[in-house]
Structures are given as C-alpha cells and as structure tokens.
Design a protein around this ligand. Structure first.
Ligand SMILES: [Zn+2]
Length: 444
C-alpha cells in the first residue's frame, strides 16, 4: 500500500470520512437493532442446507469410524467432558430425552431409544433422519470404509492414507510414548489389509513397486466412491516435510523391506518422500487432500509439530498446484495464521473440531476474522464422532451445527452493523461457509 492510500485508510478508520459512513464507537451488541439483525440472519442461516466438510459418523461399536482410537486416560477439554448440558439438550432435541441430567440410569433410556430406532429405521434411514433433522444436505464421512448403514447419496467417503507411511518395523515410534504405542499397531494392521486388498501378501520387492501399489490403492478407493484422502500424520510426527531425492527413500526401502527398524532420520526421509508422492497422486486423481492441522487428542500430541504453518513449504510449492489441500480443524489454536495459507488458490480451511472445542462466543470471532479475509476458502465441518454408547455422533452433529449457525449469525450481525459488508454480502458468506464452498470443492 502506498503512503497516500495508507493515510486515507487510517483517516477512514478514525473518522469514517472517506466514504461518508459512520464508524460505530462501540459494537451495539445489546441494542434492539443488533437483536433484530441477529434474529433475521439466524432465521435465514437456519434455512441453509449444510455441506459438512469433515466428520466421523457411525455407531460407537463400529471400529471403522476412525483409523485412530482415543488413548486410555487421555484428558478431555471442558466442553467434551461428561455432563456438558449441551449434550443433554442435543439428546432432548433429537430423541426427546426426558431427563435433565446424564446419570447412568437415565442414559440407559437413551441407549434403548436409539436401539429401538435402529431396529425401525433400517439401512440408511437412521443417519439420513439425523441429517434431515439438522438440515444437513451432505456430510463428508472420514472413515476406514463407508460401511453398510451410511447412504453414499448423503455421505461422501474420505479415506485415510497414513498407513502407507509405516511399512517397516516401527519400534522407534512405538517406544516413544503410550499414545503412539496405541496408534502405530492400528496403522500396521491397516496396511496389511490394504496390501491384501491389492492382492499382495507382503511388501512389494522394489520401491517402484511399492509406489505403484500406493497409487493403485488410491485409484481403487476412488472407484469405490472415495472423494478425498486424509492424513492424520500430525499424531505421529511433525507436519514439516523435507524434500529428499527419490534415491534416498529408495535406499531406505531396500534396506528395511525385509526387516530391521530404520533410524528416526531414515524413517523421516522415507515418509517425507512418500507424503509428497501421495499428494502428487491425489492431484492427478482429483482427490482433495484433508490434513489434520491443529491440536489433537492424547496427552503426548505435539501442538507445535501439528500446526498448519509447518506445511507452508509444501502448500506454497508450485509442483503441487494441481492438488487441493483442505486444512482441517482451522489450524486451531493458530487459526489466525492458518487463514493466510488459504491465500493460495488450492488451499482451503475448515472449522471442524475447533467448532466443538470453542463455544459460539469464541467461534464467532474466528469466523469474523476468516470471512473478512478469504470468505470463499473457509468451510463448516462438524468432526462429529461417537462419544459413548449413549451419547453419539448424532449429538456431536447437533452441537457442531448449533454452534456454527449461532456463531455465524453473530459474526455477520457485527459485520453488517460495522458497515463492513452489506446484508446481501453477509448471506453470500453464510451460504459459502455452510454449503457452497465445500459443494464446489467436491464437485457436488
Ligand atoms: Zn476428524
């Protein structure tokens, strides 16, 4: 910005003089005009059919809900602990739960109620009904497989690919901490299943064959209605991927294909190369790449290694211009920086998970910040998942959807009353965030 333009902007901020608008001295959050605007917007926002960019729908006893499990004894943020009254409100709204507490005896009512509905509403109907109740048009299901009870018309399958980064003896990971000791064997098991899926009993003989196997798996899953790939790799290592030459990764493969545990440095080289190979393949196959970029569950999760900014060298690399990146969970708690990564044409950000950690009063500020920078690059995501046998993905969908709609109405009300956007523009933002941006990204 040139000096003159900057001076004009400052003058405008101080006096509102540039365009003849009055800048309010304080936000009129308790005024009648605020309330009327908010009520009018919320009504329109409630009517928007949602496109949910990320979630793990399914029943608590379904092992395919996620490729990960929560490590035993992990701490939970306040809002996700038992006894959150919002979850009781969710069970009341969705199932007519008749109690005001969540005592184990009362939760049995909920378990029975859901079991009865599952009997009645066979096939796809149970979860289709939940989506209808919440006015969700479509939802991305990030699962090991879509499974028999989620309709492919309403749920879009995004599949995990982290297992491809763990083909060797994984002792260095497993011995690092209790969380990895739970996560890594699940990846090993998943890779064995994927080798079998492609007709292999063991690792292919050469590195080129391994790359061919990985590409075939992506193609195969795409054929079976997969619409994107997902990395949870931030649970295992830093999101910073260096750029080693192919020969380096090939040498690691040749050395450890038949046994022995690679050193940390050797494994890192191999994974750095393979990650870059997979995102290139995803670009070739038009499969958007979802990446967990935020805080995570478990007491050993590294917040600094998992921040979205660690990916900047990859996201800004022109070689991956054909790959669409979807940074999940808003990069929280670094969401203010993460939005700047979406300045690049092929990078998007969603509010999944963050929207259930943060109450609407805080989510409102995040949405305000994001929408006033790159409104066409941000998307709603629920990260719905089953909490327990009684309180399930159904209730977490409810909580995420209610939080987002309320926070969005409050954010847009402020923007309108601050004269930052017109009401018409505000509703374009709302439809973009809740539906249109994701629908366009997945071509639906
Ligand atoms: Zn998730």
């Amino acid at each position: 910005m040139k000096g003159g333009a900057l001076a004009c902007a400052v003058l405008f901020l101080l006096t509102g003089a540039c365009c003849g608008q009055q800048v309010p001295e304080a936000l009129p959050t308790s005024s009648a005009v605020y309330q009327q605007t908010y009520d009018r917007l919320l009504k329109q926002i409630d009517a928007i059919r949602i496109f949910d960019n990320h979630g793990h729908p399914g029943f608590a006893d379904d092992p395919n809900v996620d490729a990960m499990v929560s490590p035993p004894g992990a701490s939970a943020a306040f809002r996700l602990r038992d006894g959150n009254p919002e979850l009781i409100a969710a069970s009341k709204a969705l199932f007519g739960y008749p109690y005001d507490d969540n005592s184990p005896e009362h939760l049995q009512w909920l378990v029975k109620k859901k079991a009865g509905l599952k009997q009645q509403e066979r096939g796809y109907q149970y979860f289709d009904t939940i989506l209808d109740q919440l006015n969700i048009e479509r939802a991305v299901a990030n699962r090991v497989e879509l499974g028999p009870y989620l309709s492919p018309k309403r749920f879009l399958w995004v599949f995990f690919v982290d297992s491809l980064l763990f083909p060797f003896k994984n002792q260095t990971f497993i011995s690092r901490n209790g969380d990895l000791a739970v996560y890594v064997p699940l990846q090993e098991k998943k890779l064995r299943r994927e080798l079998a899926q492609e007709g292999l009993q063991e690792l292919p003989p050469t590195f080129d064959d391994y790359l061919k196997f990985a590409a075939r798996l992506l193609e195969d899953n795409k054929q079976h209605d997969g619409v994107g790939i997902k990395f949870e790799i931030a649970y295992f290592r830093s999101l910073h991927f260096d750029d080693p030459p192919k020969q380096t990764a090939e040498a690691v493969y040749a050395k450890y294909r038949n046994g022995g545990a690679p050193s940390d440095a050797e494994y890192k080289d191999f994974q750095d190369y393979l990650f870059r190979y997979l995102i290139s393949e995803a670009g070739r196959l038009h499969l958007p790449v979802q990446i967990h970029t935020a805080v995570g569950i478990g007491d050993y999760y590294s917040v600094s290694n998992g921040t979205a900014l660690q990916l900047e060298n990859v996201l800004r690399d022109p070689r991956y211009r054909d790959t669409t990146f979807v940074l999940l969970h808003g990069g929280y708690p670094f969401q203010e920086q993460a939005i700047w990564l979406t300045a690049r044409r092929n990078v998007y950000l969603d509010s999944s998970l963050m929207g259930i950690y943060l109450y609407p009063a805080d989510l409102k500020n995040v949405l305000r910040h994001w929408l006033l920078l790159f409104p066409d690059k941000v998307m709603f995501g629920s990260d719905a998942f089953p909490f327990s046998d009684a309180v399930g993905a159904e209730e977490s969908y409810w909580m995420a959807v209610r939080s987002a709609r309320v926070a969005l109405a409050a954010a847009l009300t402020e923007m309108i009353l601050n004269h930052e956007v017109t009401e018409q523009q505000a509703m374009v933002f709302a439809r973009g965030y809740l539906h249109d941006n994701a629908a366009k990204l997945y071509g639906k």
